[in-house]
Design a protein around this ligand. Sequence first.
Ligand SMILES: Nc1ncnc2c1ncn2[C@@H]1O[C@H](COP(=O)(O)OP(=O)(O)OP(=O)(O)O)[C@@H](O)[C@H]1O
Length: 289
Amino acid sequence: MSDRCTLIVNPVSGGYSETAVRAAVDALRRGGLAPHLLLTGGPDDAAVFAARLCAQEEHPFVIAAGGDGTVNGVLNGLEPGRATLGYIPFGTANVLGRELGLRSAGDAVARIVRRETRPLATGLLEGFGVRRRFFLMAGIGFDGQVVEGVRSDEKKRFGAGAYLLSALRTFAAWDRRPLEVEADGVAIPCHGAVICNAARYGGPFVLAPGASLFQDGFRVVLIRNPSRWRYLFLALRVVAGRGAGGGVSVLSARRVTVGGNKPVQVDGDFICHSPVTVTAEADFARLVV
Ligand SMILES: Nc1ncnc2c1ncn2[C@@H]1O[C@H](COP(=O)(O)OP(=O)(O)OP(=O)(O)O)[C@@H](O)[C@H]1O
């Protein structure tokens, strides 16, 4: 692997500071790397920059410096099987950092310098006119509706509290419609689904023990009971670290099709409405661990 690497930095991610980026760049240089810095100017830039790097280099070494949204953007610009991906957690929830057990940005940089990697498995979501890669999860139903319903003015004023307000609205106008899910050819009636490529969800909370970024395939969490109170109970159990509990099925699958017409979020961004198909992709990139 060459010593050249490109840092794609999101200057609006929650933990960004010029000082922290400068410290990371200095530490990378001291570690013998030659970092080149690109700052995103808008939501689409991470993917555009990553795609450009893939057009220029056969095996680019790309470092996403931001939160999970920045990592998702970078992944959506890369070509399968060619890039090495590093991550410096400058985001808010930093779920990837938690999955990797990163202690700090400094720890992340030390690991990038060490350059130990493992093959990263991802998921590919396809719907009408939509094709989007994810590394954490795709949520269809309740959480898709919460993310779709977040209002930008509330997000500016209340930050993460805007998600709570959207959840309350979703609760008030409860959608009881069932969801048709087929996991590896087996039809399972349910009300909502979270297709997990990683164990954690929304921060430190473990929703799908056994799901792994390095494993080809998903753990699919199916909420079978349509009651809104069942969702509240599930959220409280997961936050308390007690697992999903009753009314929920968890199974392994590589290909999941979801019917109906329900909102879909991937890695925390609203994408589209179902129907969608989600496919596991092994060895999408080498991830620095
Ligand atoms: N220059 C920019 N201006 C506005 N938005 C941007 C810019 N660059 C990136 N974005 C968007 O900012 C969003 C949030 O970034 P990111 O997820 O990295 O940080 P975060 O929300 O603080 O962290 P986390 O997702 O870990 O909680 C991304 O979805 C990305 O599309």
